[in-house]
Design a binder for this molecule. Structure first.
Ligand code: FCB
Length: 500
């Protein structure tokens, strides 16, 4: 295994330990040719980043109008908000096991109760309506639908999502459902999890059951949330479930996750439903940390592991040659690709969901350095131009596939003040600057249809437990009371005026 691959095992630690060392990376320019058919008309004027001296709660100035009908949204996932871990026939997932294993999560936090959304979904729907959301991205918990990941469908689990989806429609909000946001049924993990090729086929059966139960009401589906995070955090660093450190297994898992994606796309088509479907990928622009040829080469390979490994199979029907070569001809990934798999994985999709949080700056030896201010999440660098670079790059390299941003946001240690407000001005600056970057990408021809803040609610942030608050809405966990943060009020105005 190559040096770069080995270094990736330590990448999170390296990221948090090397702040502020790198030089400027190259910057992607505007798209050379505008992509046809960008929806609606845009006001001219791209503007610059935010002015730290102005009040961040300024009403939108009307400088950047988004296309008519733009899908303003917010996102969540099942295990992070639902709670009700043992109710209505829900089985155990790998995250139940992992979070209940001592030492795995901060403070030993679990998703047993989380934001109690399973019981409070109706109030949460009202909050979404009050914010003016047009789109809500949530995930379906596989172990609620099939407790052990196979066989009979648990109708009570399906009914919960039916009530949720109906409630969205009643409030004029468009549902966008993710089929897998990391909560693999534990029984499937016990049978080998994503290392086992069969899991991809079990996923397709589960997906088909969900399509049959909800397909008439869900216009947009996302298959697998961030396969890369399962690979890197679940099987390289091990700080996510299932908690392994096994590079050879990791990239076989990457293949099976993508096979599962392709099989689910085919399962949806087989139902004849009109719903759209696509993958949800966290993409990271990878810039050389300096102008040496070594850094340029290393950044290109890093991009292979971060981005092309997940984009190329879906949109080009092949794995990137440089990554395959780096893994070695005899890797479990290379050996795990059966005839016909890449045809399945590259089944045509209707949209690509992009999740953008941070860029990487890559040094000549394949390590990374920090260049921009970080947030409460030590892996995050706040770099809004990275959003522009990511969106334009996808359109340039993979064609004018409709795009949705399904995650973008930052965590803060938000507090509820005595007067009952939560002042998260930093989040407003972050969102405004990233939305400005998204607007600039649209102006340059990127077919971006919608944008979802991560997250609607404060929630269980995986290994970080409840310390990091990512929501527009503050959750007071002891009482489960919801309080709109200052950013939520700001976002409501953005939505109302359809721009910044
Ligand atoms: C993404 C995950 C999401 C949340 C955000 C902060 O990688 O998809 O569940 O944890 O990061």
């Amino acid at each position: 295994m190559s040096m770069l691959t080995r270094r990736r095992l330590l990448s999170r630690a390296a990221l948090s330990a090397t702040a502020g060392a790198a030089g400027a990376g190259p910057r992607t320019g505007a798209l050379a040719t505008a992509v046809a058919a960008t929806a609606g008309s845009l006001a001219a004027g791209c503007g610059t980043g935010s002015d730290p001296d102005t009040d961040p709660t300024d009403r939108p100035r009307g400088e950047r109008r988004f296309p008519t009908g733009f899908g303003w949204g917010a996102a969540t996932s099942a295990y992070q908000i639902e709670g009700a871990a043992k109710e209505d026939g829900r089985g155990e997932s790998v995250w139940d096991t992992f979070s209940h294993t001592p030492g795995r999560t901060r403070n030993g936090d679990t998703g047993d109760v989380a934001a109690d959304h399973y019981h409070r979904y109706a109030d949460d729907l009202d909050l979404m309506r009050d914010l003016g959301l047009r789109s809500y991205r949530f995930s379906i918990s596989w172990p609620r639908i099939q407790a052990d990941g196979t066989g009979t469908v648990n109708q009570r689990g399906l009914d919960f999502y039916r009530r949720l989806v109906d409630g969205l429609h009643e409030r004029g909000i468009s549902p966008m459902a993710t089929l897998f946001h990391w909560d693999l049924p534990q029984a499937l993990q016990d049978a080998g999890g994503w290392e086992n090729r069969d899991t991809a086929y079990r996923f397709a059966e589960y997906a088909e059951a969900v399509f049959r139960g909800l397909g008439d009401q869900v216009p947009a589906w996302l298959t697998i949330n961030e396969p890369k995070t399962v690979v890197q955090n679940g099987y390289l660093s091990g700080h996510h479930a299932p908690g392994f450190q096994d590079p050879q297994a990791a990239y076989l898992v990457a293949h099976h996750l993508q096979l599962a994606h392709g099989l689910a796309v085919r399962a949806l088509r087989a139902t004849g439903d009109a719903g759209r479907i696509g993958p949800a990928l966290n993409l990271h622009p990878c810039y050389p940390a300096d102008d040496s040829p070594e850094a340029t080469r290393a950044a290109h390979l890093y991009d292979g592991y971060e981005n092309r490994l997940y984009l190329d199979p879906v949109f080009k029907g092949s794995y990137p040659a440089d990554v395959l070569a780096d893994l070695g001809a005899d890797s479990r990934l290379a050996r795990g690709v059966a005839d016909g798999d890449l045809e399945i994985i590259s089944s045509p999709v209707d949209l690509l969901a992009v999740q953008y949080y941070t860029p990487y700056y890559v040094t000549g030896d394949g390590g990374t350095v920090m260049r921009w201010p970080t947030s409460q999440a030590d892996w995050q660098q706040i770099y809004p131009d990275g959003m522009y670079d990511t969106l334009t790059r996808v359109t340039r390299d993979y064609g004018p596939i409709p795009l949705t941003v399904t995650e973008n946001g930052l965590p803060q240690a938000d507090t509820l003040s005595a007067d009952g407000t939560v002042d998260d001005a930093g989040r407003i600056s972050f969102l405004r600057d990233h939305l400005a970057a998204a607007h600039r990408a649209i102006s340059d021809g990127v077919p971006l249809e919608s944008y979802h803040v991560w997250s609607l609610l404060d929630n269980f942030e995986w290994a970080e437990g409840y310390d990091q608050r990512w929501g527009l809405v503050y959750v007071d966990y002891p009482t489960q009371r919801r309080v709109l943060k200052r950013s939520a009020h700001w976002y409501r105005e953005v939505i109302r005026s359809n721009g910044l």
